[in-house]
Design a protein around this ligand. Structure first.
Ligand code: ADP
Length: 370
């Protein structure tokens, strides 16, 4: 089969015309973040913020033009709005501007209180399950909660919260969905589960940026961000761009994942984001038939690791079929069985997170030498 190259894609996009100027989108510098991988193509179409709605047809034309190329299996064109030239603030002002979070790089998001990242050093440790249940537990503690599913490699909020359909938009802003009293936005809602994940570099960044800043979040006390697993560039960028109040690391008790968890900790430390603590997931197994508890992996590893690293241990969640079943059914355990001991554990973790946020906000004690 013919191999598609970036050159081929650019040439196809040369034929897509922006109607107002009559010029090709490529000549106008609108195409960015082009990724071509095994016949899967992704790129960003940058459009002026005020023209979001009428540019949808151009986005479709661009996708169609590339789809028509031989050897192309899929095309994802994402429209991102940018401000008119001249209104952009400098990328990194040397002094914090008003409303800017002084500790991290991102500007504060109006109406949104504390933003907490839930991260893991690697995939499959139950990060999303934990993030969603923590969000629901926070809501049950009477907080106004938002969940931003930024896991570009495996967005799971739509499945976990039973969300369907594209979010409402006026071409410029997006409105979050709501489930069980939690506002939610997922990269999975924007691109659809059938789209291959060829999102890399700038594409990922603009999509995340869009979810943070172009979504009408309204008044929110705590926003939980389900981070992409790992400690690569996408994660680092997100930690730099979002004004994070703190980070929670999810780990299984296995050594390997603890090593990965340590990488996660270091990433947040590098950008001065306070570590609110570690959650040990799939901590032990209670047999549904006989009730006997088995420590599947080296249970307790995360607690020991947390104390070694000097970060709080937030709690442990057992490996239990009900946690998986309720998640798969689009009604996570904290919503489905609020009185269960699992839900109580998530609520304790949520309460510890609230404490941690309050603590992180307090200025560090200063030693006065007299
Ligand atoms: P990650 O976000 O780290 O990739 P997920 O949250 O998607 O991981 O979880 C991976 C799988 O493990 C899912 O099928 C989920 O239902 C299951 N799972 C997560 N935590 C638990 C748990 N404590 N008990 C049972 N199954 C779990």
């Amino acid at each position: 089969m013919a191999r598609v190259t970036e050159e081929d894609v650019r040439r196809a996009l040369d034929g897509v015309v922006e109607p107002e100027s009559g010029k090709p989108v490529t000549a106008l510098g609108m195409v960015g973040g082009l990724v071509v991988k095994d016949g899967n193509v992704g790129f960003v179409l940058e459009v002026p913020a005020e023209r979001g709605r009428d540019m949808e047809s151009v986005r479709r034309d661009a996708e169609d033009a590339v789809k028509a190329l031989r050897g192309v299996l899929s095309v994802t064109a994402v429209m991102t709005a940018h401000k008119p030239a001249g209104t952009d603030a400098p990328a990194r002002p040397s002094r914090p501007a008003p409303g800017r979070d002084e500790r991290t790089g991102g500007d504060a998001i109006p109406g949104v209180g504390a933003i907490v990242a839930v991260a893991s050093g690697k995939g499959g440790v139950g990060k999303s399950t934990t993030a969603v249940n923590i969000a629901l537990a926070l809501a049950s503690l009477d907080r106004r909660v938002a969940l931003l599913d930024a896991d570009i490699y495996g967005p799971s909020a739509p499945r976990l919260l039973g969300l369907e359909g594209k979010p409402e938009t006026d071409g410029r802003r997006l409105w979050p969905k709501e489930a069980f009293g939690v506002k939610a936005m997922s990269i999975g809602l924007l691109i659809g589960e059938d789209q291959p994940m060829v999102w890399r570099g700038p594409m990922v960044q603009s999509a995340l940026e869009q979810m943070l800043r172009q979504v009408e979040w309204g008044e929110v006390d705590v926003m939980i961000v389900d981070m992409p697993p790992g400690t690569g560039d996408a994660q680092l960028t997100l930690t730099q761009r979002a004004p994070l109040a703190g980070a929670v690391i999810v780990s299984t008790p296995q050594d390997l994942s603890l090593i990965d968890a340590r990488k996660g900790l270091n990433m947040f430390r590098k950008v001065d984001v306070p570590i609110l603590g570690i959650v040990e997931n799939m901590s032990y197994f209670v047999c549904p038939h006989c009730g006997r508890r088995t420590d599947v992996f080296a249970h307790g590893g995360a607690r020991e690791e947390a104390s070694r690293l000097g970060v709080p241990f937030l709690g442990e969640i057992p490996l239990d079929i009900r946690i998986r079943e309720t998640s798969d059914g689009g009604r996570p355990i904290v919503a489905a069985e609020p009185a269960s001991p699992f839900s109580e554990s998530y609520r304790l973790i949520a309460a510890a997170i609230l404490d941690g946020i309050a603590g992180a906000r307090r200025p560090a004690p200063r030693i006065v030498i007299q």
